[in-house]
Each structure stands twice: as C-alpha cells, then as structure tokens.
Ligand binder design. Structure first.
Ligand SMILES: *Cc1c(COP(=O)(O)O)cnc(C)c1O
Length: 912
C-alpha cells in the first residue's frame, strides 16, 4: 500500500478520478430517479456533522431531534401508502421486499411465495436469493392468472410496475385474503401523491424506496427504503420503529419502540437482522416532505406525470407502439424503427434510456426534467411536435391523466402541522437546527460505544460524496460511463484485500449484517458446490452480536450457541465438543476478533484449525477491525463495517457499508446482480443481496479517502493508538471500576468492559442509571449491557485526544463517587442524581425543586461541565414500558398535537 497523502493532494486525486465518470442524463428509472435535494437539506443535514455523526438513538433523552424526524418519516410513509404503521427505514427496496416475504411466512407459516413478473428485476433477484437461503419456494407469476393454493404465503406485486403500468389490485387482494395469503405491494411515494394508495386496495404490506424524496442517485445508494403494514403486523415488522411515550416528568417523548423484537434480544428468532439501516437518508427524505409540504409534493408529483404524458403523446405521434396507456412516470414503448436507432439518437445526446430485454424502450420522468429535456426526448422518439405544442394540446388537466381515472387519489395526506409549517427556507433551516440542537453527536464529545467504533469522519473524506460526478450517477448506466467509480472500487478492493489478507472483496452488502448474510450464503453455495449441501450448522459464541445468529437464520443455517469462559474467551472445550458432535453437518463458525469482550483470543489459530478439521469455514465478524488493521488477518471470510473502522459516519443509524472479503476458494460464490455484471462467475454466485450492484456506492469515497490519507503506516498506527487509548482508560479507571476481561498480561484490546453489577447490591444503582447520569456530564453512554448485562463497554478509538479521554474518565470517577455517597448514606437511596438523571433545563429551572440534593449537582456535576459547555438532554428519563404498552408510531393527530414552540395545534393553525 502506498504511503499517506495530504488532504488537498487527496481531493485533487479524487476529483481527477471523479471526472472519469461521465454523467449523462438518465431516464432509466427502475426504482432510481434524479432528484433535486434542496440545497438547504444537503448542506444542513447531509454535509453537517451535527447530523451525520450521531449514533443510533438508543439514548433517547439526547436524541429527540432525530427521533422526531424519523417519526415524520414514518408518518409520511403511512400517509402516502395508506397503511397504519411504518418503520424508520430499511436498507433498500429489494431487501424491504425480502423482509416482507419473511413477514408473510412468519405470519402464516406457509413456504411458497409468488413474485409478479413485473416487479423490478433487482427486487426479484434479492427476494429470490433470500428465499433460497431460507429454504422457501418462490414462483414468478403473472398476477392476473394466479391461483392461490393452500401453501402460498403471499404475493409481491408492484404499483406502478416495472413497465410503468398501473393496475387495480382489489380483486387480487380479495382472492389472496380468501386464501389467507398476504399481499405485498412495492410502490413509489411520488406516484402516490396523485394516485390511490395501496392501502386502499387492502394490501397487507407496502414497501419501496424514499430515494425520490430528495436523495441523490449516488450510483445506487445510500437511500432509505420503507416498510409499512397493518397495525396487526406491527410486532412482526422488521427494523427500527420510533414510538411516542412519556418521560419521568410525564411529558411526551420519543424513543425506539418494540426493542424486544430485535436481534440483540431475540437473536436467531428476531424479526430480521437489520441493525444499521438508513437513518440519515430517512431524515433527509422526511425533511424533503416537511419542506415541500403536501401541496408542494402534489405539484411535483403532478408535474412528473404531465412530463410523462407529453412524452407518451410524442411516442405515439412518432409512430411507436405504446405498451401501456395507464402509467404514472414511465413510458414503455416498442420502437417501430428498432431499438438501435433510438439508442443511437439517445447516445448522441448523452442520454441513457432503459432498454428492456423484450426489445422495448423505457423513459422515466423525474422532478428534474425541464422543457429542453422533454424536447430532447421528443426528438429521440421522432415526435413531429415539440413539448410546448404537446403541452398546449394536452391542456392543464389532460384527459389522459391518471387523475381522470379510478386511480385518482382522493384521500388527504400530510395534514399534520409539521408538514404545513416550514415551507420557507427561513423556517426549514430553523427547524433542522432546532432538531439538531437536541441531539448529541461527535461535534459535542466522544461517543465511546464499544463495538460501534465512533471515530473521526473527516470533512475531506465526506466532501466527495456530494460531488455530482459521484452523486448524480444512475446505478444501471453502461459501465463505460463510470470509469471513475470503477477505478475507485478497484483501488478500494485492493487496499481492503491487503488490509485483511483476503483474495477478493464484494462491495455489494450495504451493512455489516448484510455482509454476514452474504458471507454465510457464500459458504452455503461453496458447500453445495462441493456436494456437502447438508452442512447447515453454524456455531456462534453466546457473546456474539445479535446480528450473527439472525443472519445465520436468514442463510438457512441452524444456530448452535457456544459458551464463553470466565475470561470472555470462546470455551474451547465446548467448541470442540460441538464441532465434533456436528462434524457431518458443520458449516461455519462465526467469531468476533478481538472478541466482543475486548480481548484477543489467544487460541484463535487453534480455533480456525479445529473448525477446518471438521469441515467448517471460519467467518470473522470484522466489526472489531479497528484493533487489527495492519496488525493481523485471520479467517476464511469476513465483513468489514466500513461505517465503523473505515470512517463512514454512523448517520444516526445508517448509512453503512459491509463489504465482505473472502479467501480464493469462496470467491466464485460472491454476490452478482441481474442488471450489472459484477461477478466473474455468475452461475456459481450466491445471488443478489442488495438492490444496487455495489451497495451504497456514493459513500465509498469516504473509506477510499481514509485509507489513502493514512497509508499503510498510518493505518497500523491508528490501530495501535486505539488499543493504547483503551488500555490508558482501563488503567485510569482502576480502583473505581473493575475491567471485566483482560488478557494474561493484564491488557485489553481496543475496547474494554467495566463491571457495574455490584452497585445494584451496594447502592441500588443499575447500569442504566450510570448511562443516564453520563448525559448530565455531556457524554453519550458506552455500549450498555452488551455483551454482558450490567456492564458498559468503552471504545475510545484513536480519534480522541488525552484531554477528552481524561474528561470521560473523570466523569466516570465522579459518578463512582456519587455511588459511594449513596452507599454511605450521604445521598438518598431513592432520590439521588443517578436515579433522577438526566436533568433537563426544565427540571433544573422549575420554581419548585424538591430533591434532597442541590440543583448544581444535578446540572453541573464536574468542573468541566460549565454553562458555556453544557449539553442539555431535552427530556427526562424515558418510560419504555409505557410506550410499548401504548403504541403510537405516527405524528400525533391534529387535535392532540403540541408543536416544538409549545403551541397546541389550534394555536398553530391560528398563527399560520
Ligand atoms: C455493528 C456490529 C454488527 C452489525 O453491523 P451493522 O452494520 O450494524 O449491520 C455485527 N457485529 C458486531 C460485533 C457489530 O459491532
């Protein structure tokens, strides 16, 4: 690997690379459209570390801003789809459809699933791959001629479909329901601004992508997918759900609901393996809706449709055969002159159209299309009339419009005040800042989350993501238009191979958990090819991250838990017993290294030998790569959480990238894609795990830039400093807290676990009290109760300086003092700063203060916490149980609504 490079030098190099991408105008559609990300959203959210460096909102008291925004997202999705509940984003439309299939099968326990032939090809591929992993049967059908037999769990349809066509699915839904099968509808939010929502056809689940709501194409991602369903399926729903609850002061507050469905609790019985999703992009799409408001969105939606009507008219007048008369934005036609003539003319204008395998051509209109663009398209289709003429002829209320049919949308949407207040840039900027100010991120202080690796996301790394040469590229353009991307992928792959010691990398998985799933599917395909398809046992230490067992389940493997010993290392005896017991069926062993207990298992070599001896593969969970880069390289395959070790910011719960690296023998089985050739051995490939060929391509410049700026020496040094920092902190806290696991020399790896269990007995203090109390000191809690309950796992990373490490240690030491004061009676056992944490301004400044400790101790517990540095949590401690018992997962209705200015909805309405 080359030596390090400076920031300006690097940007220079990268901009040369970016220029090798030819950004043509694309009308390819297929689930990806050009958009105008409002510049104020681009700058104030996407390019703003106050939003991009937030963690997943588990500490809800200091995350009310993004929780409100995600609730807006859920409300927006429910309104447009006509469904009752929505989650706060999934990875992409394809995986959302696959999750929907899984829900159907979980619900009615039948193992066959229909997919309509007119779904997007990448959606079909992702669902088929998922079904294969799980051992389900899929059948591609024509929904008009489908018979529901007793073993059919459900059907996936698309509205409008991949040909652009719009159909009435009411009868299909009736037929399905009379057979107790479910109906999943992939749909398009922009189309639903003017079209009858799928919920009104009675479908059970609606999925899709919110990319069209202001998110750049980014050569495939990142974008937020959505998943909405009926209230009855709420608890089966995958992904994160934001819900309304109350805090300790009885005020309304938001938090992540229904956590018990998730893989960190339920492991292989979780509703899905989704951990990192697309929170940042969901926030941006929600803000796009907040900014435009219902009328603005309807105008955009209608303008796109009218553009398509004009193109369709031109197509007819050009003498071509229109495939569908009823469409929203996509005009599919059979050219009378042959495809090549059309393609030729399009290429001359540097325009990409969609060329279907059946010889037809598709043109998808989006919000960026202007009159000159329409004229170019009309020329390509030999229209004798230009856009003005056709627009005049069609009039402002075109007869051919979908709004003159039964598909016209009659129901309201986005009537909530939040979508009707911020339609000027003045007000939207303030709203975004107001939300941002409620949330703690890396711009405030270190976020020492063990296993999550919250490190510096440098501006230089981030800048290229919004360059048009990276952001403006459709994922299905011909590969000679993306030479810049190809060079970057190649260099990144080479660097990652060198770092990990693997032979081949797949950049498709767009999260760590998707990487696990892809990796296990690769193992499965490899074993099948070897004639050992019966091997399906996956051994996983009990200390593993919940995504491990959840992903193994998705790959159709059976999970056998392996004990860990008192030192936190894998129990070798148990492992050996289990490997031997399952020797005929052993597929894989998943190990996190250094372990989730923060130590390097010194037996890792023996473990690998043992698993290989019994015919299994060693899957290394690469989440802890920050302790290994440039130091060691174990395993047969592994994913790398680029959003942890390789500097992609967490974005409040995504985006991420989880590419997998494999040794040579597994390389032929890596992911492929139905529309873009990315694998040298498509017939052997495990299939497709993500909708886009290279996952969330447009954030890969971050990782590329980090590696190039650091160079081999810098990367090694980063790992060394990360380990040093963890050891420094563990040492400084000695005498106050016990570090649970150390190696035989008394050292930890890049993170360490401190034991808080004894305080329950001595002071009735639980680990959650310490976590909440840290908020008063301006810190986000470390990882709590994982992998051991009653503990905190601290990971400082190399990015924090000694002053910050010391501040955190001082906070922990002062908290230990408070615990001692409870132990010896100086502080009340029940009403003390720990139990009452966090302290909001409202509580501290209220005229009645009835607590037996001073207000100052509540709000300013250390000298470094002063009025000029204080971060204030905005709500008191969250009541999780109340929220789960009284589930509300959309914006409160008009009449009960109080906005952020403290006005009721009536006051707000009067004011506007
Ligand atoms: C974060 C993490 C994962 C899951 O990765 P995502 O990108 O969030 O899907 C898996 N294993 C470990 C140890 C992790 O820390």
């Amino acid at each position: 690997m080359a030596s390090s490079s400076g920031e300006h030098e690097l940007l220079d190099r990268l901009s040369k690379m970016a220029k090798k991408n030819d950004v043509w105008r694309s009308y390819i559609g297929t689930g990806y459209y050009n958009t105008h990300c409002p510049p104020t959203i681009l700058r104030n959210i996407f390019e703003n570390p106050g939003w991009t460096t937030q963690y997943t909102p588990y500490q809800a008291e200091m995350a009310q801003g993004r929780l409100e925004s995600l609730l807006n997202f859920q409300t927006m999705v429910c309104d447009f789809t006509g469904m009752e509940v929505s989650n706060a984003s999934l990875l992409d439309e394809g995986t959302a459809a696959a999750e929907a299939m899984a829900l159907c099968i979980r619900h009615n326990k039948r193992n066959k699933f229909y997919i309509d032939q007119r779904c997007h090809p990448q959606t079909i591929a992702v669902v088929e791959t998922r079904a294969r992993g799980l051992g389900y049967v899929t059948e591609i059908v024509n929904w008009r001629r489908v018979d529901f037999s007793a073993d059919v769990s459900g059907i996936l349809i698309q509205y409008p479909d991949t040909d652009g066509n719009v159909d009435d699915f009411s009868r299909l839904v009736q037929n399905a329901h009379s057979n107790k099968s479910l109906v999943v509808c992939a749909t398009d939010l922009l189309a639903l601004t003017i079209m009858k929502p799928p919920g009104e056809f009675g479908v059970d689940i609606a999925v899709g992508t919110a990319q069209r709501f202001g998110i750049p194409l980014g050569y495939g991602g990142p974008h937020a997918a959505f998943f909405a369903t009926k209230g009855a399926f709420m608890r089966l729903m995958p992904g994160r759900v934001v819900g309304v609850t109350r805090d300790a002061s009885g005020e309304e507050a938001l938090r992540l609901a229904l956590q018990t469905r998730e893989q960190h609790i339920r492991r292989d019985r979780a509703t899905s393996n989704i951990c990192t999703a697309q929170a940042l992009l969901a926030n941006m799409s929600a803000m796009y809706a907040v900014y435009h408001g219902p009328q603005g969105l309807r105008d955009i939606g209608r303008r796109v449709h009218h553009g398509a009507l004009i193109v369709a008219e031109g197509v007819k007048r050009g003498g071509h055969e229109l495939i569908s008369e009823l469409f929203y934005d996509t005009v599919k036609f059979r050219p009378t002159c042959g495809v090549d003539a059309i393609r030729q003319k399009a290429q001359e204008k540097q325009i990409n159209l969609r060329y279907y395998p059946d010889g037809c051509v598709g043109i998808s209109i989006d919000e960026t299309v202007l009159k000159p663009d329409l004229n170019d398209l009309l020329e390509i289709v030999d229209s004798p009339s230009d856009a003005n003429t056709l627009a005049d002829m069609l009039g402002t209320e075109p007869l051919s419009s979908i709004e003159n049919t039964a598909f016209r949308r009659t129901s309201d949407y986005l009537t909530h005040p939040v979508f009707n207040r911020y339609q000027s840039e003045t007000s939207i900027v303030r709203y975004m800042k107001q939300l941002e100010n409620k949330d703690l991120s890396l711009v405030h202080s270190m976020i020492s989350l063990g296993s999550c690796t919250m490190k510096l996301n440098s501006t230089t790394e981030m800048m290229p993501c919004s360059w048009p040469e990276f952001a403006g590229v459709h994922p299905f353009v011909p590969s000679d238009q993306v030479m810049g991307y190809r060079q970057m992928f190649e260099e990144l792959e080479n660097d990652l191979c060198e770092i990990t010691g693997y032979d081949k990398i797949s950049l498709q998985p767009n999260s760590g958990a998707q990487g696990e799933y892809a990796g296990l599917m690769a193992i499965k395909s490899y074993l099948q090819a070897k004639g050992e398809g019966q091997r399906n046992i996956c051994l996983i230490p009990v200390s593993a991250h919940g995504t491990n067992p959840a992903s193994a389940m998705m790959a159709g493997m059976k999970v056998t838990p392996i004990n860990v010993d008192r030192g936190g290392a894998v129990d070798l005896v148990h492992l050996k017993d289990m490997a031997e017991k399952h020797k005929d069926n052993l597929a894989a062993f998943m190990i996190t290294y250094p372990s989730t207990h923060g130590v390097f298992d010194h037996d890792v070599r023996d473990i690998c030998d043992l698993i290989h001896h019994f015919g299994g593969q060693v899957y290394l969970d690469g989440a802890n790569m920050n302790a290994q880069v440039g130091i060691c390289r174990p395993g047969d395959l592994s994913h790398l959480n680029l959003h942890k070790t390789i500097c992609i910011p967490h974005g409040g719960g995504g985006p991420g990238m989880g590419p997998i690296g494999v040794k040579k023998h597994l390389a032929p089985y890596l992911p492929s894609h139905p529309l873009v050739s990315i694998s040298q051995s498509e017939s052997q490939s495990l299939g497709t795990v993500c909708a886009a060929p290279y996952g969330s391509s447009s954030i890969l410049p971050i990782s590329w830039a980090y590696i190039k700026m650091m160079g081999a020496k810098g990367l090694r040094q980063a790992s060394q400093v990360a380990i040093l920092n963890a050891n420094y902190m563990s040492h400084r806290l000695k005498g106050y807290y016990k570090t649970l696991y150390k190696n035989t020399h008394g050292f930890v790896a890049h993170e360490f676990i401190i034991d808080c269990r004894e305080f329950k007995k001595t002071a009735n203090v639980e680990v959650v009290d310490i976590a909440k109390r840290l908020q008063d000191y301006g810190f986000h809690a470390p990882t709590m109760s994982w992998p051991v309950t009653g503990t905190l796992m601290v990971e400082p990373t190399e990015s924090e300086d000694k002053m910050e490490l010391d501040r955190f240690c001082e906070a922990m030491i002062l908290i230990r003092q408070e615990i001692q004061d409870i132990e010896n009676g100086k502080l009340d056992k029940k009403v003390n700063p720990l139990k009452m944490a966090p302290h909001t301004q409202a509580v501290i400044m209220a005229s009645n203060w009835d607590r037996p400790y001073p207000r100052e101790l509540g709000a300013f517990p250390a000298t470094f916490v002063s009025p000029d540095t204080k971060f204030w949590p905005t709500v008191s401690r969250i009541d999780d149980i109340y929220g789960d018992q009284n589930l509300v997962c959309t914006c409160p209705p008009m009449d009960s609504y109080t906005n952020s200015y403290g006005e009721s909805s009536e006051e707000a309405a009067a004011a506007s």
